[in-house]
Design a protein around this ligand. Sequence first.
Ligand code: SF4
Ligand code: SF4
Length: 367
Amino acid sequence: MSADVYFTNLRTKQGQSLVSKLEKLILRAGLTEGIEPKDLVAIKMHFGERGNLAYVRPQYVRRVVDMVKRKGGKPFLTDANTLYVGSRANAVDHLETAFENGFAYSVVGAPVMIADGLNGKDYEAVPVNLKHFKEVKIGSAAVHADALLAVTHFKAHEATGFGGTLKNLGMGLGSRAGKQQQHSDLLPEVDEAICVACGKCAKWCPAQAITVTHKAHIDHSLCIGCGECTVTCPHKAIAINWKTEPDVIQEKIVEYTAGVLRGKEGKTGFITFVTNVSPLCDCVAWNDVPIVGDIGILASKDPIAIDQAAVDLVNRASGNPHSELGDRYGETDKFRVLFPRVDWNVQLAYGEQVGLGTRQYRLIEMG
Ligand code: SF4
Ligand code: SF4
C-alpha cells in the first residue's frame, strides 16, 4: 500500500503567499487532525548553526504554530543539543543561536524549549527492541509531548547521503548520549598535542573515565560514550571518531526515529522544505550553493514516504553546475555524486523494514 505525500510548488500570485500555500498543504495532508485541545505539541526544528542560512524560515513556522493553536494545542519549538562543539551544544548557546536566527517568541509565537535540557542530560530511555538498540535516549521534552510535527529542511548530508525527516527526528532528538550512540561505535580520543591538562573534562565526566596527569587520558572500558568531554574541553582537545560505517549510522537513526514516534500514533505529521538544498547539513556554520533550484514543500503522515518523495524530486531536478556537483551535475543520483561511499537507500529500506512507513507513495500536487 502506498502513502499520500502532498506537494506544493513555490509559484505564487497576487493574493497567495507561500505561508498561505503551506497552510493549505498542511490542511490537505491532515497533519493537525490528531491534535486535541491542551495537547502539548512539539514542533521539531533545526534552528541552524550560527552562520548557516539554509534552515527553514521562522515565518513559515509561525504559520504552523498558529494552526496548532487554532486546534487548541499548546505548541513549542524544540531541538536537542549537539554532540560537537558549536553554537548549539548546550541550551544557553542553543537558545541564543535560535533567537539570533529568528526563532524568537515575537516571530514564531511559541516558546523554544531545548528537548534534552541545559547540558544534554535530560533524556528518557524509550524501549524500541530493535537490531542496534533495545532502548534509545530521546530528549525528554519530545518524549513527554502529546503530539509532534516535524518541520524539516531537506539537504545533502555527509553521513547519510541526504538529511530529511528521519535524520531530523532520529539524530535531532537524540540526547547527547543518544547522538554519541548513533554517531560512532568508537570512543572519544584526546589529542595530547592540544591538551593542557586543565582537568575540566575529568570533572564533568559522568563515568569517571578520565584521569589527568600530565595529559588527559580516557579509559575506554569505563566510557559510556556520552560525549560530555567533547563539549566540555575548552581547548577542543577531545574529538569523536566520526567514521562509523554509513549503513550502521543510518540504521541507528531509524531506530532513534522509532523511539521518537513511539506512543504518538495518529498524532504526528511531517513537513519538508525542498528548498536551499545545500550540499551539507545545517549543522555547519555556512551553507554552500544549493545543488538544485528550489522545488517546493511536502507534507505527509508517513516519514519514509516523505523522505523518498523528497529524494526523488531532487534527483529528477536539474543539477546546478555552479554547486558542489560541478561537472557531474547531470548525473541522476546527486547524493552519490557528493558522497560516493554513502548509500542513502539504507535508511529508507530499514525504516520500511521496522514499520515506520512505506517507500511507495502517491504524490498529490496542489495548485
Ligand atoms: S564520552 Fe562521557 S563517559 Fe566517555 S570520557 Fe567523555 S565524558 Fe567520560
Ligand atoms: S578539558 Fe581538554 S585540555 Fe583540559 S584536561 Fe581535558 S582534554 Fe585536556
